[in-house]
Design a protein around this ligand. Structure first.
Ligand code: OSB
Ligand code: MG
Length: 371
């Protein structure tokens, strides 16, 4: 295959419910959509789901635009390839910039799946026909507001709820949710907001009493040593998110026993090829994995559904319905969940039509490139 045209669309969609993490609050999201066209005129779509600011990772939407237009798309345009793994090789000299790479990688995978006439999940080696979705709930202004959010999602049938925590918003909200839902699958995500000090260990020891499925990213990215020290003390598995950007990070985490569960994000790891390799390595080591999200629009969301169909994804993934985040999604049909279960698309390629009308209506800018 040879990519002869590429386009990058900078698209903003309003969120149905604003979302707060340990770092900030947001009410709309801007993602970059990658459109690759080969010499037969077939098109593959990808999504760069970088947050706007450098708080989850060091990338920003503006930096991802620069990386894509100056380095990634020029490396891909005109090159000959047979498999998407070769596409990521084309820009392997670029260090980091995983979100931007993931967008181009997803576009190559969807183009490839379309060409071999297989659903994306099957092209990746997925074996599930459905995936179980959990929801991720942000920090709310009060415990009552949080309990209301939990109730809404439990009533829709989602079997797992993840709560964002931060210093000052941890043991109390968990105690309240656990009190109201003694049997619910609940886990917490700190997004690295705690220092590895004695006070933080006290908080996690208290959380260890609440039968949480996991404690996600307690400490700063790559603070493997404190994470290992914590895991040695707790019953609750520690899950790594921000700490694992590369396979080498994962090897370090496994070797040091810095946790027991891996959150695989297609965006954080630079695409589907890398996500699949991380899945294989974690599975070999006996760590269960699940797919985390970055509030993706439909294209990235379908990539997450596809990777979640691999056999090692045994915990609920953040692949909730599009409607949890967006009134109108840029794919048709949108991703829907029935009592927390998402059906893996069986049509060849991405799994849904891309709504170019909606993309054009919401695009702040589009740039096109030719080989
Ligand atoms: O840590 O999982 C995270 C969103 C933005 C940044 C970090 C995270 C998240 C989520 C989103 O939790 C979950 C989703 O997309 O459903
Ligand atoms: Mg996380």
């Amino acid at each position: 295959m040879r990519i002869v045209n590429a386009a990058l669309h900078d698209v903003e969609l309003p969120l149905v419910h604003s979302f707060e993490t340990s770092s900030h609050r947001k009410s709309s999201l801007r993602h970059l959509l990658v459109e690759l066209t080969d010499e037969s005129g077939a098109t593959g779509w990808g999504e760069i789901a970088s947050p706007a600011g450098p708080y989850y990772a060091s990338e920003t939407t503006t930096i991802a635009w620069h990386t894509s237009t100056q380095y990634l798309l020029p490396a891909v345009l005109g090159a000959q390839w047979d498999h998407p793994d070769q596409v990521t090789e084309l820009f392997s000299k670029v260090r980091g910039h995983w979100f931007a790479k993931a967008g181009v990688d997803i576009a190559a995978w969807t183009l490839y799946a379309d060409q071999i006439q297989q659903p994306l999940a099957q092209a990746l080696g997925g074996s599930r026909s459905t995936v179980v979705a959990g929801v991720s709930l942000g920090i709310e202004p009060s415990i009552d507001a949080l309990l209301e959010q939990v109730a809404t999602h439990v009533e829709s049938g989602y079997p797992r709820v993840k709560l964002k925590i931060a210093p000052g918003w941890d043991v109390e909200p968990v105690r309240a949710v656990r009190g109201a839902y003694p049997d619910l699958d609940v886990h917490v995500d700190a997004n690295g907001a705690y220092p590895g000090d004695a006070e933080a260990f006290e908080v996690f020891r208290a959380l260890d009493q609440h039968r949480l499925t996991m404690i996600e990213q307690p400490f700063a990215p790559r603070n493997f040593l404190d994470s290992a020290r914590l895991q040695a003390e707790l019953e609750t598995p520690v899950c790594l998110d921000e700490s694992v950007e590369t396979l080498d990070d994962l090897r370090t985490a496994l070797q040091l026993r810095a946790g027991g569960v891996l959150n695989i994000k297609v965006s954080r790891m630079g695409g589907l090829s890398a996500a699949r390799a991380a899945h294989d390595l974690a599975q070999e080591a006996g760590w269960p994995v699940w797919c985390g999200g970055m509030h993706e629009f439909g294209i990235g969301r379908l990539a997450n559904v596809a990777i979640s169909s691999l056999p090692g994804f045994t915990l609920p993934s953040d692949v909730s319905a599009s409607s949890k985040y967006y009134a109108e999604d840029i794919i048709d049909p949108a991703v829907s969940a029935d009592h927390g279960v998402v059906t893996v698309p069986t049509v060849p390629g991405l799994g849904a039509a891309v709504r170019t009308d909606l993309i054009a209506a919401h695009a702040a800018r589009t740039e096109t490139f030719t080989a």
